[in-house]
Design a protein around this ligand. Structure first.
Ligand SMILES: [Zn+2]
Length: 330
């Protein structure tokens, strides 16, 4: 009994740790590269592993930089019912109406995306290869987060409806089980966005509108599956982790009518469109003649800090696991 309780507890921590899941974030950035026009593909393709691996840096940074957290979500329901007209779409007006403190408390994802797009466009103008790569990888992360319904809802992990763990269920467990085997990532080509901010707000509003469905369908399904069929145990590095069972995951995917695959495909498309738009707005610099291939000392330091913070977090998680097992053996 002790063992079961501890494992359940750990699995919830595990599931709360990630946005989209590391697997899906890396996959989204990776696939986005193939939507680029040849002039960009020639630069991005040889760097595809960097673009993919560093898709998760913003999540790792959450453990090193306090302000990072609010960049990954927006609790739109805080601002009233859909379509949340009480929330001005521009940062300036939103601050005037609600104060910066309130906005920070409830997430700043749409505005942070605008900042990232500006920075990426500037990096293209400066023809700074290392900055283009770093910012491309990171903006991909935030764009992908904007497509996750529970990133636009204050009930982000089902904590308000007795569904703790649903966040990771939707964005990690489903893609990890199904993306490679069943989902189609042939998407077409990136398009130029005349109004990137409007585009992103539409996607975030779609996310907010879908949050209820994500929660409601899982709730209904949970009545059809007894708890012992809803969860299974998987051995990860010698530790039993409780997770949603394959049968329950497949049933959820079916009831959602392909929502997770659709949002993942839309994320890939949006990421490629943002990269392409930044490049066009910077005057389409020749990417095969860029300087600054090497990362600056400051960048190298940041990679190190972010990775260390992440490793420390994981080490703390391991300590907890070990304690749990010692306790179990007592
Ligand atoms: Zn995130």
């Amino acid at each position: 009994m002790t063992r079961l309780v501890i494992i359940v507890f750990l699995s919830l921590i595990w599931q709360q740790t990630f946005c989209w899941g590391f697997y899906a974030h890396k996959k989204i950035n990776y696939q986005a590269v193939f939507l680029l026009p040849p002039a960009m593909l020639a630069f991005y393709k040889p760097k595809i592993n960097f673009i993919s691996e560093h898709a998760v840096d913003p999540d790792k940074r959450r453990y090193a930089v306090k302000e990072e957290g609010s960049r990954h979500y927006i609790d739109l329901d805080y601002y009233g019912p859909y379509p949340f007209d009480s929330l001005p779409r521009t940062w300036k007006e939103a601050v005037l109406k609600h104060s910066e403190e309130i906005l920070q408390d409830h997430g700043i994802l749409p505005w942070w995306l605008a900042t990232m797009l500006y920075r990426l466009t500037e990096a293209f103008k400066e023809k700074n290869a290392s900055r283009i790569l770093k910012l491309s990888a990171e903006i991909g992360h935030y764009i992908a987060d904007a497509h996750v319904p529970l990133h636009a809802s204050s009930n982000h992990n089902g904590q308000l409806s007795g569904q703790k763990g649903i966040h990771g269920f939707w964005e990690s467990r489903l893609p990890e089980l199904l993306a490679e085997k069943e989902w189609d990532f042939f998407i077409g080509k990136a398009a130029y966005l005349k109004n990137p901010s409007g585009f992103m707000w539409s996607r975030i509003l779609e996310s907010a509108a879908a949050a209820d469905t994500v929660l409601k369908i899982e709730k209904q399904l949970s009545f059809e599956f007894p708890s012992d069929q809803r969860f299974s145990f998987e051995n990860r590095n010698g530790v039993l982790i409780r997770q949603y069972s394959s049968a329950y995951t497949l049933a959820y995917n079916k009831s959602l009518k392909g929502m997770v695959e659709r949002r993942m495909r839309q994320s890939i498309y949006a990421v490629a469109c943002f990269w392409y738009t930044a490049w066009v707005d910077a005057g389409q610099p020749d990417l095969l003649r860029l300087g600054n291939e090497r990362f600056s000392e400051e960048d190298a330091k940041e990679f190190e800090v972010v990775n260390n913070a992440w490793r420390n977090k994981m080490a703390a998680f391991d300590t907890l696991k070990n304690k749990a097992y010692q306790h179990d053996e007592d």
